[in-house]
Design a protein around this ligand. Structure first.
Ligand SMILES: Nc1ncnc2c1ncn2[C@@H]1O[C@H](COP(=O)(O)OP(=O)(O)OP(=O)(O)O)[C@@H](O)[C@H]1O
Length: 288
């Protein structure tokens, strides 16, 4: 097998002529999801290119988290399919799905660190679990490198998660997500619960990470500052229950700079944080 070569953006170069082929890492094909009740997602089709940073926005309950879980095979679509790097998730074996999951780094909202482990062991955990042949000096080098990348000093390694601030824990979570050098990074509400300065530190780290690695990133967020700053594409979902049968659930799919001037007034209201007709809807009991 030939070893693929990569251009400076990390895209695989084609065998002919060496030009970059920005093939899509993810293909979502006519995906619908329900959990026995009403549809949560209906007929979602979108492609996510390698190296792209895409922000998924939309009000609470519109299906952002379900969409993110569907992308990584944690939720199976009721209809439609998701392809990860050309492999349809529903068709792969359990072992292949584990291999795919190893290529995905998760940065959870609450960092999801193991309380009983030191910071060092938390960051090292995926590496030790997934690569039994890795030597302890290698583990040490990689843990220290990723902690330094997220701006944490070496003396945090012996501490426990409870001894760190929320912002520091999020940075440890990012270091841990990076340790297996993922192809896809999924950030779930990366700035929720942080003050504006620490939120911006996290935003800068998301940008830094993309500069350093040719990673594809999906950022699920309510934070418009984050969506605008870190992404090169924003997709806005709308709650299925408030749409007519034939309406698209994706109200916006485009560049963050176009959000303010979106044709759909619901997008403009969302990004400006305006209640609009929602107040009168609530007064009329249309809110659930
Ligand atoms: N496992 C499940 N079983 C049943 N219903 C579910 C399940 N997971 C999600 N839902 C429902 O799907 C809808 C969308 O939920 P989801 O968590 O994706 O919303 P969200 O846009 O991420 O909201 P938030 O911004 O508040 O996190 C909600 O009505 C939720 O109750």
């Amino acid at each position: 097998m030939n070893t693929p070569s990569y251009d400076e953006d990390g895209f695989e170069e084609s065998a002919v002529g060496g030009t970059a082929v920005a093939e899509n890492l993810l293909e979502v094909r006519e995906v619908s999801v329900q959990f026995g009740g009403p549809w949560v997602l209906r007929d979602i089709t979108l492609s996510i290119a390698r190296g792209q940073t895409i922000a998924i926005i939309g009000e609470s309950g519109c299906g952002k988290t379900v969409f993110m879980k569907t992308l990584v095979g944690l939720v199976s679509p009721t209809m439609g399919a998701v392809d990860f790097d050309g492999q349809t998730l529903a068709n792969v074996s359990r072992e292949e799905l584990s291999n795919i999951r190893r290529r995905i780094g998760f940065v959870f909202q609450n960092a999801a660190l193991f309380d009983s482990m030191s910071i060092f062991d938390n960051v090292a955990f995926p590496l030790r679990q997934n690569d039994p042949s890795v030597t302890e000096p290698d583990v040490r080098d990689r843990v220290m490198m990723h902690l330094a990348e997220v701006g944490l000093p070496s003396d945090v390694t012996r501490k426990r998660p409870a001894e760190l601030s929320g912002g520091m824990r999020k940075r440890v979570g990012l270091a841990r997500a990076l340790i297996l050098r993922p192809d896809l990074l999924v950030y779930d509400e990366p700035t929720t619960g942080l003050d504006p300065i620490m939120s911006d530190v996290i935003n800068e780290l998301i940008l830094d990470t993309r500069r350093r690695y040719p990673v594809t990133s999906v950022v699920v967020t309510h934070d418009m500052h984050t969506a605008r700053k870190v992404s090169d594409r924003v997709v806005m979902f709308y709650p299925r229950r408030r749409l007519n049968e034939d309406d698209s659930q994706i109200l916006f799919d485009g560049s963050p700079s176009d959000l303010e001037h979106a044709v759909d007034h619901r997008v403009r209201q969302f990004v400006r944080g305006e209640a609009g007709e929602r107040l009168s809807e609530m007064a009329r009991g249309l809110e659930d």
